[in-house]
Write a protein that binds this ligand. Structure first.
Ligand SMILES: [Zn+2]
Length: 261
């Protein structure tokens, strides 16, 4: 394409800006499901920690009850043996019964020590469970709000995306088909930004200085010019002007490419 109008360049800049916005918006949208999943996983992990503690409590309480049952059995046995002591006939039998009583008492004393330990652990875990339940309910409430905020953002971004898509189609329809082909040919080089402004003779796409003659020609907007270094379509942008493809868009493009690599 030899000749070009400033109007066509402006349409291309508009198209590029819309597509860059769309790209960034899509990236943000694509990241949202992972954010939601991370929130769910946090709840899940807190919930399973709580379930683990509750299981320990159940096990410890069962153990405690079995100790109580053992204590009761042993105490009843001791009582019977003590009654028998009054009716034993021989010294040997008396000593044997006495020893049996002492053994049972020693057993009970060991069981009581162990039961006390378990009671301490039960108390500690019950306190931890209460704290975890409280934390979980606070976190659940926070996460519910976070989820709602993310879902609202997603809906807004989805809406904005379809607006951009409509705008993109309108703008693309106004672009000269051969300029459109050139634009896509440069995008196919792997760039997300195919048209770059030249500010003070520096291509904002690759930061290289373009030849002075090309810089002069660019300011006339009468023919399509390509950066001799990165091949992007160039247009002249006065240093004072804010509109057009921003250096941020190009920087963002590079970051996105590195992120994908
Ligand atoms: Zn360049």
């Amino acid at each position: 394409m030899a000749s070009i109008t400033k109007e066509q360049i402006d349409i291309l800049i508009e198209l590029q800006t819309i597509e860059t916005d769309r790209y960034q918006l899509q990236k943000r949208l694509e990241a949202k499901p992972a954010k939601l999943k991370a929130l769910d996983e946090e709840i899940e992990s807190q919930g399973s920690a709580l379930a683990g503690d509750e299981q320990s409590l159940t096990d410890l309480k069962r153990e405690y009850r079995s100790f109580e049952a053992d204590l009761k059995i042993n105490s009843e046995r001791i009582k019977k043996l003590q009654e028998r002591l009054r009716s034993v006939k021989t010294n040997r039998e008396y000593q044997a019964t006495l020893k049996e009583i002492d053994d049972l008492k020693a057993k009970n004393s060991a069981i009581e020590d162990r039961a006390l330990e378990i009671m301490d652990r039960i108390d500690a875990i019950e306190a931890a469970v209460a704290k975890k339940k409280e934390d979980l309910s606070l976190i659940s409430e926070e996460i519910k709000q976070d989820r709602a905020a993310i879902e609202k953002e997603m809906a807004e971004e989805q809406q904005r995306l379809s607006e951009l898509e409509k705008k993109r189609q309108d703008t693309a329809g106004r672009l000269d088909p051969s300029l459109m082909r050139t634009y896509h040919r440069i995008l196919a080089l792997g760039y997300a930004v195919a048209i770059a402004p030249v500010v003070q003779s520096v291509c904002q796409g690759c930061n290289m200085n373009i030849p002075p003659q090309m810089f002069n020609e660019l300011q006339r907007f009468d023919s399509l010019k390509f950066c001799p270094f990165c091949e992007r379509i160039l247009y002249w942008k006065p240093a004072s002007e804010d509109s057009g493809i921003s250096a941020e868009a190009v920087a963002c493009e590079e970051k996105a490419e590195q992120g994908e690599a």
